[in-house]
Design a binder for this molecule. Structure first.
Ligand code: NAP
Ligand code: MG
Length: 400
């Protein structure tokens, strides 16, 4: 066949460890034979981030603003252990955090469903789409260690020179820790708007939850902004679409989600979204089946898998062992980006290719051919067969 052309490039952000290996294979086995792949390539692998003093991450995010569509491989967020493992100059910040900040976007995560993969919560029949507020709270917090005898205050200097000071804690017999964090009304409001819009787009009811019963001022502000924007800007459209919006404390939201059939958009604060998205992903089967898209308020998209670099598998791979790492979410990151590029450019062939690749991937699993993480979850008349990472991609290619 003649390869499908791409007039406009997508931004390609390479990553680390096992997912970097899968990345190369996905391109080689599933995309490059069929598509004249046109990407602007950035190597976000940790060694290159370190060489460029993390400049490459900023450049990749800026390129995403220019080209509008990006696909990203999972990357290591360094901690102390990584600093010595990779001999880093600095403990570089999370690339995802940097990209989110630059794009001011909202992250929507949803599970990829296949017949035979039963969620751990059997009532869940449809995807739960999780929206994570990608700004502020503990992710941009200031921390300190306090000794016994220290007093910690929250101090706000008004622009008129007034000073407000509240005692956080007086450390008497024991030292401890303090943390100062913030959020911005503008960011909360654009998060709320993205969520309400996306709920209307995908035609799903929407839950938003915080811990405002305890955090009356901080979380109370989130609740108020969401409720105001809903009443003023979205209530009529929701009623017309026949979908609902509910604010409820986070504890109640968790109970409702577990009892639901899915088919709900769940908007979460930054930390709740971080944790709950991993819980929901695991409950749907495997982290390898969770996809993720960062959408900016002005409509720029960055597609990725929700999972990390699968370090444990990578160490095996380095020892020459074959691994059975699930590449589905990374494949769907590519198809998401190609499909969006096709949609924006009016490139029907590219869109159709993305759809076919998704279909071939799902059908491979439904036919019983899958990676090891899915085997214990698979309930079907077909006997499941465990494939290694590369063999799975080759089975998808033969269907494609
Ligand atoms: P992880 O890479 O998501 O892996 C955790 C475990 O989940 C794996 O050991 C594996 O379980 C299972 N798993 C995840 N993805 C899988 C897949 N595709 N196929 C099969 N099994 C899969 O999380 P982590 O080990 O906590 O983090 C590793 C590195 O990734 C860290 O350096 C972290 O900073 C980074 N990270 C990056 C991102 C991102 O770029 N978006 C997100 C999260 C973490 P078994 O070992 O039991 O097989
Ligand atoms: Mg997480």
């Amino acid at each position: 066949m003649a390869k499908i052309r791409m007039d406009t490039p997508i931004v390609e952000m390479d990553g680390d460890e096992m997912t970097r290996i899968l990345w190369k294979w996905i391109k080689e086995i599933l995309i490059e034979p069929y598509v004249e792949l046109n990407t602007v390539y950035f190597d976000l692998g940790l060694p290159h981030r370190d060489e460029t003093a993390d400049r490459v991450t900023v450049e990749a995010a800026e390129a995403t603003k220019r080209y509008g569509v990006a696909v990203k491989c999972a990357t290591i967020t360094p901690n102390r252990q990584r600093v010595s493992e990779y001999n880093l100059h600095e403990m570089w910040k999370s690339p995802n955090g940097t990209i989110r900040r630059i794009l001011d976007g909202t992250v929507f995560r949803s599970p990829i469903l296949a017949k035979g993969i039963t969620p751990y919560v059997p009532a869940w029949k449809q995807p739960i789409v999780l929206a994570r507020h990608a700004y502020g709270d503990i992710y941009n917090a200031v921390d300190d260690v306090c000794a016994a005898g220290d007093k910690a205050y929250l101090v706000v200097e008004g622009k008129d020179g007034t000073v407000r000071k509240k005692l956080i804690h007086e450390f008497k017999e024991s030292g401890g820790v303090v943390q100062g964090m913030h959020n911005a009304d503008a960011s909360i409001a654009s998060f709320a708007r993205s969520c309400f819009r996306y709920a209307l787009d995908v035609h799903m009811p929407m839950l938003f939850a915080t811990k405002d019963t305890i955090s009356k001022i901080y979380d109370g502000q989130f609740k108020e902004i969401f409720n105001r924007i809903y009443e003023e800007e979205f209530k009529a459209a929701f009623e017309e679409a026949g979908i609902w919006y509910l604010y409820t404390p986070i504890d109640d939201a968790v109970a409702r989600i577990i009892r639901s059939e899915g088919g709900i958009l769940w908007a979460c604060k930054n930390y709740d979204g971080d944790v709950m998205s991993d819980m929901v992903a695991t409950a749907y089967g495997s982290l390898g089946m969770m996809k993720s898209v960062l959408v900016s308020p002005d409509g720029k998209y960055e597609f990725e898998a929700a999972h990390g670099t699968v370090t444990r598998h990578y160490y095996k791979y380095l020892q020459g062992e074959t691994t059975s790492t699930n590449s589905v979410a990374t494949i769907f990151a590519w198809t998401g980006a190609l499909q969006k590029r096709g949609e924006l450019d009016g490139n029907a062939a590219l869109q159709e290719f993305a759809e076919r690749l998704e279909k071939a991937t799902i059908e491979t699993i439904e036919a019983g051919e899958m990676t090891g993480d899915l085997i214990p979850l698979f309930r079907s008349d077909v006997e499941p067969k465990k494939l290694d990472s590369r063999a799975f991609l080759e089975r998808v290619a033969s269907r494609l």
